[in-house]
Write a protein that binds this ligand. Structure first.
Ligand code: URA
Length: 259
């Protein structure tokens, strides 16, 4: 993989250091979408686990059936008025999602925090800035752009859990119909799942940290699991791994394109 100077500057800013041979640096080239993993600085051998608390999910088949045929306005309206779990009691507003509705990349976070709940937008504040910088380093943005460059960002759970706690399995299950419908409408080519909810999303009993580094499937879309940006702010030693995850996602998308 070759990197231009602007990408390297962005990565330094983010706190990701790459071990590069001189021919891996391209002078004066524009930022392009990354296509292969970079070699990153070695870090501690294992990251913290990202597991969700065990709890029996409570699916709601009838509600899921009606959500499954909604268009964007109906889906947004249904989420805005949703009272399927107790999280609706403490929310300011559900954080539905932002970005290009035909984006090739979909970023799925765990659940909104306080700032996201107040602003109605996923990943704002310092965590959002870090996510934006990492996306920018790989040629992506949440700002206006073509579907190949502009991401769609949503959460697995649309309402803020009190005290920013991890959403319960039941909360995730009750909210999932919205996410599934968003995935069906966006039809992304790759999903990046950021946070501790990944095992439940993927129906896995493995801890989230163990799901990293390989390609999973969510309703027919390849999924790469990584750390949430808030985790990376608290654990900067994991930024190199998160960068590897982003590069794996880019490589997975690229290899699925017709040659
Ligand atoms: N963590 C998330 O999963 N989403 C946010 O919007 C912020 C933190």
């Amino acid at each position: 993989m070759r990197w231009d100077e602007r990408q390297l500057a962005l990565l330094r800013e983010i706190g990701v250091r790459l071990w590069l041979t001189p021919d891996a640096v391209v002078t004066g080239a524009p930022v392009a979408q990354a296509t292969a993993p970079a070699h990153v600085t070695p870090t501690a051998p294992t990251g913290p686990t990202l597991a969700a608390p065990p709890e029996a999910p409570t699916a709601q088949p009838e509600r899921a059936d009606s959500v499954a045929s909604m268009d964007w306005p109906a889906l947004r309206e249904a989420a805005a008025g949703c009272t399927a779990c107790a999280l609706c009691e403490g929310r300011h507003e559900p954080v539905f999602g932002v970005g290009n509705p035909r984006a090739h990349w979909m970023i799925v976070g765990e659940a909104p925090g306080d700032a996201e709940d107040a602003q109605g937008e996923p990943f704002v504040g310092k965590a959002g800035q870090l996510l934006d910088n990492m996306l920018q380093a790989i040629g992506l943005t949440r700002g206006k752009a073509a579907p190949a460059q502009q991401v769609y960002i949503a959460h697995a759970v649309k309402c803020r859990p009190p005290g920013n706690r991890i959403p319960s399995a039941a909360e995730l299950a009750r909210c999932e119909a919205y996410l599934i419908r968003q995935v069906q409408l966006v039809q992304p080519r790759i999903i990046l799942a950021l946070g501790r909810f990944a095992p439940q999303l993927l129906g896995s009993t493995e801890p989230g940290g163990k799901l990293r580094g390989r390609v999973h499937d969510y309703h027919g879309v390849p999924v790469i699991v990584s750390y949430g940006p808030a985790h990376l702010l608290r654990n900067p030693e994991d930024k190199a791994r998160a960068w590897d995850d982003l590069c794996l996602a880019a490589q997975t998308l690229e290899s699925a394109l017709p040659q």
